[in-house]
Design a protein around this ligand. Structure first.
Ligand SMILES: Cc1ncc(COP(=O)(O)O)c(C=O)c1O
Length: 419
């Protein structure tokens, strides 16, 4: 086991579980990560030392406000934006619905929203709902053979009537990373507002909202070592223009204007610790010449966050190559995902001839190997791939706490055959 993974694993108490005498291997990351001890401690610290509602004159309430502000500043470094552009919510799905409702108020009957067949339903349903109000929703096709977005179809459907383009950064069932910068730039040329679902992407690479120039971007902390909360980046000028749904006493300016009710303070404290965990890895392991060359123009916590994500990405991709090679040799397996060389996350999905996805997942569980099966709410993609009848895909997520040994166990178990 290399030094990085040893250091990382020591911080995750959950990894000590066993199943039928086998050590548990958490290969379910795209559904939610395990959390390091610093996140658990941050949640505990909040609840013990700061627990209060926000905006009061007394000690714990003031500490709560400081924690929220400091979490916004931490996520500002995570996204490369200002802290006033970071809003919190229950999860990505809720934030997405709130945003869609607010954007709808600026649209007229016949205006168009462009979504994609590659998207999780949390980035489709909130827009499809708007059809009831006369908004036209169009779907960009997927290239089924390569699990990539059909950019010609995107270009042909994008028009001056398109008011919103909603698209994922990385696809959560098959790991494809789309050219989000190009999609955003083309959408902006037509005057459309852009909403990026970065839930699957953010754990696998640095996010720079200034570089991609999106108006909105949403992710969830539980997909990268944190508790179950959602985070919205909202370009100040873009959010400022919207009439969000809110109670009258809520602050009517960014970023607070889209936050409803009392936030999950302990979850936010934990999410801040999750980003600090990534930065910690960057400062300890990110001093290789390749990484330094890419981050040496950055400073402070942003430098360490980007370095940390690059350390993880490099490690995960090496494991991914090993897994794909191992699975390719098994006759019953068909892999789904982008072609070699196309940008992707380390999420690897497949079908196994003669067995449904859930049968494979149950078999692997009996050996302590936790993997997801199904459509992962990427329902349209799974339908387009024609995989509904066999229960969708088996999905293996590779997180920084996973090891080559765990992947060897998967490969060996599948070589023997699903029992
Ligand atoms: C790509 C993607 N988008 C959106 C979501 C929904 O996120 P949340 O559970 O925070 O609503 C998920 C969850 O799996 C996802 O993978």
């Amino acid at each position: 086991m290399n030094k990085l993974v040893k250091y990382v694993r020591n911080q995750f108490p959950a990894l000590e579980k066993t199943v039928n005498g086998f050590p548990a291997a958490f290969l379910d990351g795209p559904g939610g990560y395990q959390v390091p001890i610093c996140v658990i401690k941050a949640v505990e610290d909040y609840l013990v030392n700061m627990n209060a509602n926000s905006g009061g004159a007394f000690l714990t309430s003031q500490r709560t406000d400081e924690t929220l502000k400091s979490a916004r500043e931490t996520f500002a470094d995570f996204f490369n934006c200002s802290y006033e552009e970071v809003a919190f919510g229950a999860n990505m799905t809720s934030l997405s619905f709130s945003l869609a409702q607010a954007l709808m108020r600026e649209m007229n009957t016949g205006d168009k929203v462009l979504i994609t067949q590659m998207d999780h339903d949390a980035n489709r349903a909130p827009w499809i709902e708007l059809q009831e109000r006369g908004i036209v929703v169009e779907d960009v096709a997927v290239n089924v053979n390569s699990c990539t977005l059909d950019m010609d179809d995107f270009k042909s459907k994008l028009s001056e009537n398109t008011k919103v383009v909603a698209c994922n950064y990385a696809q959560n069932a098959v790991g494809t990373i789309s050219d989000i910068g190009q999609i955003i730039s083309m959408a902006h040329e037509m005057g459309a507002v852009t909403v990026v679902d970065a839930v699957h992407y953010v754990a696998h690479g640095p996010t720079d909202v200034q570089e991609i120039e999106t108006d909105f971007l949403i992710c969830s902390a539980y997909k990268f070592f944190g508790p179950h909360i959602g985070i919205l980046y909202a370009k100040k000028e873009a959010l400022d223009k919207l009439r969000t749904m809110r109670v009258r006493s809520q602050k009517a300016y960014p970023p607070y204007m889209i936050e409803t009710g009392t936030l999950n303070h302990e979850g936010i404290a934990g999410a801040k610790a999750a980003v600090e965990f990534i930065a910690d890895i960057g400062s300890i392991c990110g001093n290789t010449p390749e990484i330094q060359q890419r981050v040496n123009h950055l400073e402070g916590r942003r430098h360490d966050i980007v370095a940390g994500l690059m350390v993880f990405d490099d490690y995960e991709h090496r494991l991914m190559d090993y897994l794909i090679e191992g699975l390719t040799g098994i006759q019953e397996i068909t892999l789904y995902g982008p072609p070699k060389g196309h940008p992707r996350t380390s999420t690897v999905s497949f079908t196994y001839a003669g067995h449904t996805a859930v049968e494979v997942a149950r078999y692997l569980d009996s050996k302590g190997l936790f993997v997801w099966d199904g459509d992962f709410y990427a329902s349209t993609l799974i339908d387009r791939l024609g995989l509904r009848d066999q229960g969708g895909l088996v999905r293996i997520g590779i997180a920084p706490y996973n090891t080559k040994e765990e992947l060897s166990r998967v490969i060996e178990a599948l070589k023997v055959g699903v029992i």
